[in-house]
Design a protein around this ligand. Structure first.
Ligand SMILES: *Cc1c(COP(=O)(O)O)cnc(C)c1O
Length: 423
């Protein structure tokens, strides 16, 4: 389904169409950066951050955690979390006007939320899906766990690099095999090579994240349809569309989800987190569209009240045309700004920006500066939180940083700071 969401014309430039990797955009550094020398105060801060990060495992400590535990950091911009900040503002505006001010918060927090099926029914109306094919999750992460534990058997195929939950939360008796996306090919997904691997390995579950996290690579809608057709024999096909709202295709800023294909492909499960595109990770809202017998099988195992009052309020809001209209404006505004940001990133010397269709960019450092050097310097000296990808499987450690787009002034501040640091 390609929904023409707005009547706006195409943006003047699309970084990924220009090819961020074009050699002329990707000038060699004029001089090598000075080696990083932190003063003792900075060094002490870096050590504390490193400890926190270690405790957080393969996910980064949230900006809130950092700011609370290390107030001396003076955190200004969170470019680690991958959300649309304009959508967060919009949600907060509604929450304030409709819940906080009229004093309805108590009811949201005192009472149980509706049961899974009731929220699914509300969601079904706005998604144009039957209620019994929707499973509501306490964030998409809960659905990933549920699906991997309930449906996956002995072999799981995931692309690398990827969102780590897909291999970390597999059952101990599930073998995980990897399809390596190649750096030399800009981490582009190659359908032919992938299908060959599927035929050879015969996994019972495959995972496609579209656009992919952490590189932002996108599989076009038409290719997805062909893939689904070719993957008919695979018992479980997971498509994670948590970033699909940022990936436009077709006229204007339309985006294309494969959720409608679930009726044709009973092996397909389309997962969606609301955390990123609505900027509400704290309320834990996600859902999946899948065959009704799969939903039933999951609900037989629990998940009765796995939402929350706030998540239910969000889903109610999400179902309203007035909210949809306002959200749409914020989505388009954010995409426009993000594209300008990625183009500006690509013009900086000493780093390579991989083509992205999401709201973040994977950056490879080229002038000898290590990912940690850059990330800690940005954090300690400029208050900008970005993510090293040193812990991401499938990426050479020490070289990759993931930077999220934020609002316009924040993006400008990130660019200014990077320019200064990269010399
Ligand atoms: C962040 C993320 C999730 C988890 O989202 P929650 O809804 O916050 O649990 C799932 N999949 C991908 C690809 C993500 O990046």
């Amino acid at each position: 389904m390609i929904v023409p969401r707005t009547r706006e014309s195409r943006p003047k430039f699309k970084p990924f169409e220009l090819g961020l990797s074009a050699p002329w955009l990707h000038r060699p550094p004029r001089r090598l950066p000075r080696p990083v020398h932190f003063n003792p105060r900075e060094q002490a801060l870096v050590e504390r951050i490193k400890r926190l990060k270690k405790e957080a495992g393969s996910h980064s400590p949230s900006a809130w955690t950092l700011a609370k535990l290390i107030p001396e950091l003076r955190l200004k911009v969170d470019a680690c979390f991958l959300s649309n900040p304009y959508a967060t503002n919009l949600f907060l505006m509604h929450l304030h006007r409709e819940v906080i001010r009229p004093k309805k918060l108590r009811a949201l927090l005192e009472l149980y939320p509706s049961q899974n099926r009731v929220i699914a029914a509300k969601l079904g109306r706005v998604l144009d899906q039957s209620a019994d094919s929707i499973f509501v999750g306490n964030g998409a992460i809960e659905i990933i766990q549920a699906v991997l534990h309930r449906f996956t058997r002995d072999k799981l195929l995931v692309n690398l690099p990827t969102f780590s939950a897909y291999y970390e939360f597999a059952r101990p008796d599930t073998r995980v095999v990897f399809n390596h996306l190649r750096k030399e090919e800009n981490f582009r997904f190659d359908p032919q090579r992938y299908l060959e691997l599927v035929r050879r390995e015969r996994p019972d579950t495959v995972v496609l994240i579209n656009p992919n996290n952490p590189d932002g690579g996108y599989i076009p809608y038409a290719t997805m349809l062909e893939l689904l057709d070719e993957l008919r024999e695979v018992p479980n096909v997971i498509v994670d569309e948590s970033f699909i709202h940022f990936a436009t295709e077709g006229p204007g800023f339309a985006y294309a989800s494969v959720a409608d294909e679930v009726s044709r492909f009973p092996n397909l499960m389309v997962l969606k987190s609301m955390s990123k595109d609505f900027g509400i990770a704290g309320i834990r809202a996600g859902y999946a569209v899948m065959a009704p017998d799969r939903v039933r099988s999951l609900l037989d195992n629990g998940y009765l009240w796995n939402s929350s009052g706030l998540a239910e309020y969000f889903f109610d809001l999400y179902s309203r045309p007035d909210f949809q209209e306002r959200y749409e404006r914020e989505r388009v505004r954010f995409i426009r700004n993000s594209r300008r940001f990625f183009a500006a990133l690509a013009r900086l010397p000493g780093m390579h920006v991989y083509p992205t269709h999401a709201n973040f960019a994977l950056v490879e450092l080229q002038n000898g500066l290590s990912a940690e050097d850059l990330v800690w310097r940005m954090l300690v000296r400029r208050g900008i939180y970005t993510r090293t990808c040193d812990d991401k499987r499938g990426l050479e450690p020490g070289k990759f940083v993931r930077i999220a787009a934020r609002n316009r002034p924040e993006n400008a501040y990130i660019i200014r700071s990077l320019r200064r640091m990269l010399g």
